[in-house]
Write a protein that binds this ligand. Structure first.
Ligand code: PEP
Ligand code: MN
Length: 373
């Protein structure tokens, strides 16, 4: 059960104290307070865990400071959508809004190779009105002898250049909790010129200790990639680990599943799950066409498979696109063969715009038809 308190209820207020006193004396029920301070108001939710079946909604709704009560199902308690659940499906970070109704493109380098290429990438993004990017510094590689990323040594110039070119959010994979401190320190040293969305890669989706650590910090939002060989339910539970520790600024990323059924693509594209995740949870959904498709094969109609699947994800309502670009794919140190080039950026963005417009028209059409039924 979730108790949603009246906005701006302070934990040192009289009402809150009376409410807590009541909750504390309830047998076999534990409670956990979660506060989120937005620009306008302070929101407080209290999660009741344990033997809540005997409590009536009316009884709980009448408690001091309580505005609304939501009875939640067992699954995805924090991030899930529950009956009569009107909690928000969006969050804001560094001036950019991420929600189930927005769309952000994160085009950028799978792995940072040189300062020059980072700059060329960011210059192109700014020229095309983009404020987000992807930049890999810590790369989890299948082969121990492959390039593992420049790590913290590249962070200062990546962040400085982001500031120069107006980039507000960089998606950056981390593979160890120490990387978060390295990112925070580099941001501070460079004067916080940009923001970072921490990415948990598919190889770490069920690294529960890492998830708990990242969930306990609330400074950086998190992009959690679906595990490539586990069920959707298992991956959604992994996202819930982040939220259960306190960080609800979580975007869920689809990046294809490992199975030979996906051949000739690198992975089996799973973007049909975009609307499913929006139905089950309140998370914005990201698609990663690059790691799903993994090639630059072109269909006879002239469109790359990569662009086809991007459009398929967007027309199904995706909220974020993570996509590999490189100014010189031949000198990329990771995943060059799947990278799009800077010349292709305006073409890609226009294709994204068309797919988004089609999605919005479909939603409007659904609205007209549902009201008639
Ligand atoms: C990536 O985005 O660079 C990456 C390694 O993705 P994934 O974890 O989905 O393989
Ligand atoms: Mn990659």
């Amino acid at each position: 059960m979730i108790l949603i308190l009246a906005p701006n209820t302070r934990t040192d207020s009289d009402e809150f104290r009376r409410l807590e006193a009541f909750l504390t004396q309830m047998p076999n029920v534990r409670h956990r307070v979660h506060q989120e301070s937005g620009e306008q108001q302070l929101l407080t939710e209290i999660y009741l865990i344990g033997d809540t079946a005997s409590l009536s909604l009316e009884q709980v709704a009448a408690l001091p400071a309580v505005e609304r009560v939501v009875r939640i199902s067992e699954e995805y308690r924090v991030l899930g959508r529950h009956r009569d659940d009107q909690r928000s499906t969006s969050f804001e970070y560094n001036g950019v809004r991420f929600g189930q109704d927005t769309l952000q493109v994160f085009a950028g380098l799978c792995a940072v190779n040189t300062r020059e290429d980072v700059e060329l990438m960011m210059q192109a993004l700014q020229a095309h009105g983009q404020v987000c990017t992807r930049m890999g510094a810590y790369k989890p590689r299948t082969n121990p002898y492959s390039f593992q990323g420049h790590g913290k040594s590249c962070l200062p110039y990546v962040f400085e250049l982001a500031g120069t070119y107006g980039i507000k959010v960089i998606a950056m994979e981390i593979t160890h909790e120490a990387h978060v401190d390295e990112i925070r320190e580099a941001l501070e040293h460079t004067g916080n010129p940009t923001g970072v969305m921490l990415q948990i890669g598919t190889r770490n989706t069920q690294n529960f200790e890492l998830l708990k650590h990242i969930g306990r910090q609330r400074e950086f939002p998190v992009l959690l990639k679906r595990g490539f060989g586990i069920t959707l339910e298992e991956s959604l539970n992994a996202a819930e680990y982040l939220a259960s520790e306190g960080n609800r600024k979580v975007v869920f990323g689809l990046r294809g599943m490992k199975t030979n059924m996906g051949d000739p693509h690198r992975n089996f594209v799973d973007f049909a799950h975009v609307p499913v995740i929006k139905r089950l949870t309140r998370m914005p959904v990201c698609i990663d066409p690059s790691h799903s498709v993994g090639t630059r094969e072109r269909a006879p109609d002239g469109l790359l498979d990569l662009m086809h699947v991007t459009a398929q994800g967007i027309i199904a309502g995706a909220n974020m696109v993570l996509v590999d670009f490189h100014p010189h794919p031949s000198r990329a140190l990771v995943d060059g063969p799947q990278a799009l080039t800077l010349d292709e950026l305006p073409f890609f963005l226009e294709d994204v715009r068309i797919a988004r417009e089609a999605y919005q028209k479909r939603v409007a059409l659904a609205g007209q038809n549902i009201s008639k039924l």
